[in-house]
Design a protein around this ligand. Structure first.
Ligand SMILES: Nc1nc2c(ncn2[C@@H]2O[C@H](COP(=O)(O)OP(=O)(O)OP(=O)(O)O)[C@@H](O)[C@H]2O)c(=O)[nH]1
Ligand SMILES: [Mg+2]
Length: 448
């Protein structure tokens, strides 16, 4: 599946900038650079100041050419980078010149895919390249850098070794029963397997936090009309985004804001108040509210009457069992109550006044607590984890549970361990189907 073509792309972001980079990777990269720069020779890993010419030998610009001779390059192939001035037309001319000299346009993520296929990086590191580019907070950058440096893969590989060791032992017992290897050293197998399972669960906890920091989550504001949803959205976003009036049914279209609580990116969506109405426009807004609840991780149910909890709990649970709920009792200024967290029945209720900015800190803390990221200190070493990793780790946990139940049936036990091993390998990409690779790399930007 290795591709022998030479690829090229503009590696810097669209638009103008001081410097713009065109990157070329493949066997023709060196020849292409010699043709464009008119230099006699390139020196690997050294910046050379040079002129750039197009296919008609017209001077385009002056800048740096960098040559990374294979295999000491990002992709493991010959790479050339042209560092020119950052004008879109100029960079397009340079790109055209590479194409006229034999390169083809790179697909999104193709440089990183080649790095993966040439064993320069594994799959979690390749994903971390995309994550470091898309990171929206400093914490997310640090986590992605941890993954990129191989810390996450290192943990996974150690567990893989442990699993392989247990599996080999069991396979040996199955293959050579006459050797009378004391297979049913169940105690030892049990202990080793339990240890691996504990470590998988530890990684899962860290991975879930990492995913939240990387991707954040969506919180919707729902409730009856006029309870103060839009006022709360404006307070969260510190902007006058949504219209606030004392007329019930003000918000129709959902209003979205991206906020940041303790460095975690959170998408907040204000929705139309849910109630019975004959107004077709309001009805359409309510339908949208319901579909937004279904795509959110957390719903803040705003109420201005504590009796509404019992009234609405079943309604909201019916909409989506998976969405977490926080009850927010708003307008406490009207009853002269102070902000606080109460337990009413089984429900934690945060009392606030959105209009007078009271209790918002309590609410933010509660939101982070729901996802277990409140107590996170910024020095905690996390990884940029993805849903793919978390699903795989959950599967591995399931296989290990099944293995622990099959200690008396070595064939089944061996099968469970093989499944767990393959899942673990899929995280780093040692055992990953082509369609998964296609899906991962297609999400990259071009030039990376
Ligand atoms: N006293 C008091 N009034 C508030 C508070 N929060 C909101 N209000 C008022 O309640 C009214 C409705 O507020 P909105 O934020 O528009 O309510 P909403 O839930 O978005 O309403 P719809 O969009 O119609 O569903 C406005 O007059 C707000 O000023 C509060 O904490 N205290
Ligand atoms: Mg509103």
């Amino acid at each position: 599946m290795r591709d022998s073509s030479t690829i090229a792309a503009i590696a810097t972001a669209a638009g103008t900038g001081g410097v713009g980079i065109v990157r070329v990777s493949g066997s023709k990269a060196e020849a292409i650079a010699l043709a464009i720069t008119h230099l006699k020779k390139l020196t690997s890993h050294k910046a050379q100041l040079t002129s750039f010419f197009n296919q008609d030998n017209q001077l385009l610009d002056k800048g740096l050419v960098l040559f990374f001779k294979a295999p000491k390059s990002f992709t493991g192939e010959n790479i050339v980078e042209f560092h020119a001035h950052g004008g879109p037309a100029l960079l397009q001319c340079l790109l055209d010149a590479t194409i006229s000299n034999g390169a083809t346009l790179a697909e999104p993520g193709e440089f990183t895919k080649r790095a993966f296929l040439n064993n320069k990086i594994d799959l979690t590191q390749a994903e971390a390249v995309a994550d470091i580019i898309s990171a929206s907070t400093a914490h997310a950058v640090v986590n992605a850098a941890n993954s990129l440096s191989g810390k996450f893969s290192f943990k996974i590989n150690i567990l893989l070794e442990k699993l392989v060791e247990i599996r080999m032992y069991i396979e040996a017992c199955l293959d050579f029963p006459e050797e009378d290897i004391d297979f049913i050293e169940k105690g030892q197998i049990l202990e080793k397997l339990s240890q691996v399972q504990t470590e998988i669960n530890d990684i899962l906890v860290v991975a879930k936090k990492g995913q939240i920091i990387q991707e954040g989550f969506q919180v919707c504001l729902i409730g009856k009309p006029n309870v103060g949803k839009s006022t709360l959205l404006n307070l969260f976003s510190q902007e006058d985004l949504a219209i606030v009036t004392n007329i019930p049914g003000t918000t129709r279209d959902p209003v979205r804001a991206l906020i940041n609580i303790n460095g975690i990116p959170i998408k907040v969506v204000d929705t139309a108040g849910i109630h019975e109405t004959n107004d077709p426009v309001e009805k359409a807004g309510i339908d949208k509210s319901i579909s937004i609840i279904n795509t959110s991780s957390l719903a803040l149910v705003i109420i201005d009457d504590l009796n509404d909890i019992d009234k609405y709990i079943n309604y909201f649970l019916k909409l989506n069992q998976n969405v977490k709920l926080i009850w927010v009792f708003n307008k406490i200024d009207l009853i002269d109550k102070s902000p606080c967290v109460d337990l009413i029945g089984k429900h934690r209720v945060i009392s606030i006044s959105a209009k007078f900015n009271e209790g918002i800190g309590l609410l933010e803390k509660e939101i982070l607590d729901v996802f277990g990221v409140q107590s996170m200190d910024s020095n905690e070493s996390l990884y940029a984890s993805r849903k793919r990793h978390i699903l795989a780790l959950n599967d591995i946990d399931r296989y290990l549970k099944s293995a622990l139940n099959n200690l008396n049936q070595p064939e089944l036990l061996a099968q469970d361990l093989l499944s767990a091993q393959n899942k673990l390998s899929s995280i780093t990409g040692d055992f990953s189907p082509d369609d998964l690779l296609g899906e991962i790399f297609s999400r990259f930007c071009i030039g990376k």
